[in-house]
Design a protein around this ligand. Sequence first.
Ligand code: CUA
Length: 156
Amino acid sequence: MKMNKMEEIWMIVAIVIIVIAMSITGYQAFAMGMSPPSHKEHIDPQTVEEHPEFSEPGVYETGDNEYEVIMTLQAFQFEPSEISVPEGAEVTFRMATKDVVHGVNVPHTNLNTMVIPGYIQEITQTFNEAGEYIMVCNEYCGTGHQMMSATITVEE
Ligand code: CUA
């Protein structure tokens, strides 16, 4: 096959770029373990309230300065909507939605995820600074979306 010299050079450049990009992504995913914060736990969104874990949303102490927040989401509220933990606590949020996709974001922290119907979402955050944090839904979920929020109080 006869090919123009420039065409040949650019084809090689394109292949090299693709190989480099795939190697970086592959290294991050497999060697560094970077992946989305999800662990494929299923839940029936229609029966979240009857689920043994999610029937009683709340804040539970699970260890030495370790807490678990069992949270349900629905248009347009987080339950519990007032969370209180001590400073430095490692808080694991286990969340399930009863209706549509909701977002969970606590500004100025790394806590930012989606909660999708049918899946249990888990995300851990350590709150090192005392104060009041706001948790907002950042995924449009209906006419009351902008009112969907909760507060996290980190006590000294
Ligand atoms: Cu829930 Cu927007």
